[in-house]
Design a protein around this ligand. Sequence first.
Ligand SMILES: *Cc1c(COP(=O)(O)O)cnc(C)c1O
Length: 385
Amino acid sequence: MIDYKALQSEYEFDVYPKRDIVLTKGKNARVWDSQGNEYVDCVAGHGVANIGHCNEAVIQAIEKQSRKLITCSGTFYNDTKAELLQKLISIGPKSLKKAFLCNSGTEAIEAAIKFARFSTGKTDFICAMRGFHGRTIGALSATFQPAYKKSFEPLVCGFNFVSFNKFEKLVKAVTDKTAAIILEIVQGEGGVHIGTQEYFLQVQQLCQEKGLLLIIDEVQTGFCRTGKMFACQHFDLQPDILCLAKGIAGGLPMGAVLCSDKLNAPIDQHGSTFGGNPLVCAASLAVIDFMVENRLDEAAKKKGEFLVQKLMEAELSKVREIRHLGLMIGIELKEKVKPYIIKLIESRVLTLPAGATVLRLLPPLTICYDELEIVADKIIAVLQT
Ligand SMILES: *Cc1c(COP(=O)(O)O)cnc(C)c1O
């Protein structure tokens, strides 16, 4: 048998801290490694497989579309893309009227930065401490974590950081150069910190009063993850730009930027070769239909509560706090989380960190209750050792 770990290690220019298993197969909330071991997957491709791995609806959609048309330049119209654009706008906040399609979360943020500068003629952005927006230079400039940034400076100028959920700090950061405020509703990579309704409604009002654009990054919180199609819908927020990716196309690479009519499109000054190609559009249409038909928003809410309830009941002494919105769950420990992630792999449950001390769970929203019981039992067991 081929040693795929050795093979990949030899040839991969690796940027990831690796876990010691080779995943070869997935179905719904389960994945299998090359030894045939089965895991309950609360990583889900880093919060991507919201409708489960290898969902039949996505398989059928891409199989059908792959026989019709896979690639199509953005300079031509396309039937599947037209349908997806309409669908995205129909499920988003009412303020959003048009969408630009790209290939990833970071690209959605890059586009948002460009669109905001183009539309306002202003240069600066206010971002949140602990915020994460991606790895390319523009999105990285909007990201807080110094460890992700310092080796790659100089970054883009004009990004200012204020404490999350502290409106007074944000007000003070506004200048006459401010184009927009960029925030996540729940800070995912930053440790699963949930923004309050009061904060977001105040920020929205400030934006209206000062003529600033409100950019909401829902790359991780979008597509039913938090118990609503989009997390900003918990507060009926009406942003000017909504950035989407991760769960949008059932595991295929795609990003989207939804824009209000305060935004002008820079014709011939932005683009993406692969962005919104018919294949991913077909997948995304299938994903959204599946989510709506199966009420995955409600499922995420109920399942999140179920799992968190189980964990709370155990009264684990190593746990400082459990934070969650739907099936976006952060278990903050009083110590480093990595050893527990490794132990959980041995217990056949895959989880991920969010910073040094937070155990994060982003399972498929289609995970069943038996699997949630397994996840709770295994987490409780490793945290009691
Ligand atoms: C993952 C993530 C990104 C970056 O998305 P990529 O597809 O990895 O580029 C941006 N913002 C948030 C909130 C994310 O969670």
